[in-house]
Design a binder for this molecule. Sequence first.
Ligand code: F6R
Length: 604
Amino acid sequence: MCGIIGIVGTVSVQERLIESLKRLEYRGYDSAGVAGFTKQGVERRRAAGKLKNLEAVLAKDPLRATVGIGHTRWATHGPPTEGNAHPHRAGRVTLVHNGIIENFAELKAALAARGRTFSTDTDTEVVAQLLDQELETKPPLEAFKATLDQLRGAFALVVMIDGEEGMILGARRGPPLVVGYGDGEMFLGSDALGLGPFTNRIAYLEDGDFVAIDHATARIFDDAGHPVERAVQTVAQSATLMEKGNYRHFMEKEIHDQPDACQHTLSAYIDPVSTRFAPPSGLDLSAFDRIQIVACGTASYAGQIARYAFERLAGLPCDVEVASEFRYREPAVGPKTLAVAVSQSGETADTLAALRWCKAQGLTTAALVNVHGSTMAREADLLLPTHAGPEIGVASTKAFTSQVAALTALAATAARQRGRIDAAEEARVARMLLEAPRLIAEANAAEDHIRTLAPELARARDVLYLGRGAMFPLALEGALKLKEISYIHAEGYAAGELKHGPIALIDEATPVIVIAPSDDLFEKTISNMSEVAARGGPIVLITDAEGARHAPEGARVIVGPTCDPLVAPLVYAPPIQLLAYYVAVQKGADVDQPRNLAKSVTVE
Ligand code: F6R
């Protein structure tokens, strides 16, 4: 979603705003803009489309300022035009905004009735007008608080006020906003990554906080307007790094990061010396009789994969539901349910709301997140970290496998704590998981072959993905990866469901990707492949060496490492990611920032 930045600095701000916005690009956007206090007053530069368009505007007409704000906009209210791009301006107010103002229509009507005129379709302009109106009778901080009190919705704001040249205001209600502490300079930003070039000393605003920064200080207030302290943390250098090295795209790099990401993650759950499971936060899974996973998109597929392990290995009932449905369904949950919110960002609005709902029911809640300072991490009773490092490509790859690794380790922990496996079996499973990063690296060896399959797949209009057991949610993930970055329509099905409907779609032009390492279900999947082959459907079989020997004639085969079914979802994730990646590259798509998508979905 939108990225926002504010800098009260001492050197030219335009390059810094652009540098920071580039770091926030990964969140997804379709227009951008900046504003600063110049000698002539506040000036804005805005452009539809990518940041290079804004850079071109700035090259012709530089913004000569040291204090300014910037924004990448992911359109919600009104199309992504220059006119709707932030910053928005009304009277003395210039502001940028991430999120949605739910009551903007009624506020707009009231402001219009008082003679205020609007020049954009956005909900944001309403905030600017409202604050400007409040400034007619109140000093800045009081006016800001009065404005915030009238807004409904989830949003973060960064604001400049004419006549207050050394100050920027910020507010957080929902989407994150961080304060960066520099040397005689202060910053506000959507995340620590965006402030990486300037500082790694960060304070995370709490929900409802608002703040005024100047060159030296940040004055922070809670939602009641009381001054509060928020701890300043030095974030790890790795949290502010974003380099693609020699890779063409972040997604390609992140696919290759997966052995490391999984290894780092697993080291938080398994003691490699004793080969014992040692869950973070001393979690005791024997205290629960059910796991409820809530998540969205790819993270929900990680949850679906883990369900097999929780139930088969630990005999622990596990439900997985997309958060956007769960939160409104009024599900029946027993008191001994552990609610686990799975999220890369830790900020996804629906997942956060589902987590809060579970907490309100009195359940123990855990946040399995990659961003450890995120809202979910701070609000849940337990933090279950993944250690994938910053994920920049919008399509999740290493965060997904890290989630699967962490959840599988938790399932094994549950098995041991519930007495379903003995110490010897625990050590065997732990060793197997610790081996997975090496196997993931081995799976990447099929990359050259996968690249050669891309041109044919890139011509398809529809693609089906099939899998059984834990390979079924991996098929769903494969289909999601393909559609989000290559814009080819793709669906994942449980292989056994094929003949109950989807088989009607099979023809020579509809490739079928079958994910089936040779396990005890493999023979059944062979029958499903034969049904596809008999109808002329081109098959790509992703399997191991044994499975390859049974591939139907004419099938293209991607061979991965031989492994235990427990770790197969980890080991067979890279081939499906690489396949989607090379198809997207073949189609010339914007791999790291697919159209219409945002990295962190902080609105409903
Ligand atoms: C797909 C993808 C999304 C996210 C989903 C949840 O590649 O990245 O489906 O998985 O938006 O995001 P997080 O994990 O940040 O809650």
